[in-house]
Design a protein around this ligand. Structure first.
Ligand SMILES: Cc1cc2nc3c(=O)[nH]c(=O)nc-3n(C[C@H](O)[C@H](O)[C@H](O)COP(=O)(O)O)c2cc1C
Length: 366
């Protein structure tokens, strides 16, 4: 397979480039009988959409999802899945391909220009082609349906927030925040004071033609114990692959992550206990809700690291297609910091993985 499909029982395939006529996908494996809230899919897309605040690229896309198959209307006009592939599309409206003509010959440092040509021998220079984060809109559609499946099946809820921009971070440990709290400010950080500082930092670097990265925390609650496979498809392995496939993601931590490497076993272990009704849980959650690749019933907690956007409006050294050294300055419309727009993408990828493992767990025992 050419890497455009992800998942085993709940499987998403995406197609399309940044500056083509449209992008879209197929979500296969959604069981029949799932009530679909189309407004909630659209609202997830709206969260990812560019051009919604001064912190995002000025590209203005309407990003209206069209469903082509797999969902029908009940007599009362409500929507329900049929069990067949859910096909969907989103038109590209605001593609300014001439913004990219300067890339015909030159490779942007740390972008995908050089490596795409190394692989295919040619590349679609318009907007970065398939390396553009435009493709992630399709993941958000698939993830929004997966979220509805997860909630209907197990009341699973997934929520992500911006924990750090550059060196400005929230002082509290990872926690679950309602979307209403996260979306209260344009940087999607649950602390207003810290959010104001993050926004200032993004504007400052934007004004100098530069970019910054940071980290996002995602928490999934109500995931029952038992999801995940024991060897190659460990839950954290599938989550790491899903999250690392988001453009600009360079690292992922599960639970205590790298900070856990500084602790002793006696400090790090999550002691088991029972609650008032005899249900097993743990006193702490340094495992991030996953042990042996299988969920243990605690919240799933992950941290995802994003690099600074590589297209900067400063002069940099590069080479052209003839391997001649030259200078390049980024042009076109770019995000100075992708973190706020990446929040719904992170949630979507976690939902797709958990949705897949929900279905896999249903086939695991009698
Ligand atoms: C929401 C989002 C928006 C992005 N916007 C831009 C952008 O405007 N300009 C840019 O150079 N990279 C942007 N990126 C990152 C590039 O797509 C990515 O760095 C590039 O494909 C190279 O891949 P890599 O960084 O994963 O190695 C964005 C990423 C995300 C998640």
């Amino acid at each position: 397979m050419a890497g455009n499909t992800f998942g085993k029982l709940l499987q998403i395939t995406t197609f399309g480039e940044s500056h083509g006529a449209s992008i879209g996908g197929i979500l296969d494996g959604v069981p029949s009988g799932l009530s679909i809230d189309i407004e909630s899919i659209q609202s997830e897309l709206d969260r990812r959409r560019p051009g919604t605040s001064q912190l995002t690229t000025a590209r203005k896309e309407h990003d209206i999802v069209e469903i082509f198959s797999g969902i029908i209307k009940n007599e009362d006009e409500s929507l329900i899945t049929t069990g067949t592939p859910v096909g969907f599309g989103i038109q590209n409206n605001d593609a300014k391909s001439k913004d990219y003509s300067y890339l015909k010959n030159a490779y942007r440092p740390s972008h995908a220009d050089y490596t795409y040509e190394a692989k295919y021998g040619l590349r679609d220079i318009r907007g970065g082609g398939r390396s553009s984060a435009r493709e992630t809109a399709c993941r958000v559609v698939g993830g929004a349906i997966a979220k509805q499946l997860l909630f209907a099946a197990s009341k699973v809820e997934i929520s992500a927030y911006v924990e750090r921009v550059h060196d400005i971070s929230v002082p509290f440990p990872p926690a679950y925040f309602e979307r209403s709290v996260i979306d209260e400010n344009i940087v999607r950080c649950p602390s207003k004071d810290i959010a104001d500082r993050m926004i200032q930092r993004i504007e400052d670097v934007k004004n100098t033609g530069d970019t910054v990265g940071g980290s996002i925390v995602v928490v999934a609650k109500n995931v029952p114990s038992g999801w995940g496979e024991p060897v190659f498809d460990k839950l954290e392995a599938d989550l790491a692959k899903a999250l690392m496939s988001i453009p600009a993601v360079k690292g992922i931590e599960v639970g205590s992550g790298f900070s856990g490497t500084l602790m002793k076993g006696s400090e790090h272990n999550d002691a088991f206990r029972t609650d008032k009704v005899g249900k097993v849980n743990t006193e702490t959650n340094r495992s991030g809700g996953i042990q042996g690749g299988i969920s243990n019933g605690e919240e799933i907690v992950l941290r995802i690291g994003f690099k600074p956007v590589s297209t900067i409006k400063k002069e940099q050294n590069t080479v052209n297609r003839d391997s001649e050294e030259m200078k390049i300055i980024g042009k076109g419309r770019h995000d100075p910091c992708v973190l706020p727009r990446a929040v719904p993408i992170v949630e979507a990828m976690v939902a797709l993985v958990l949705g897949d493992h929900l279905l896999r767990q249903r086939s695991a025992r009698l």
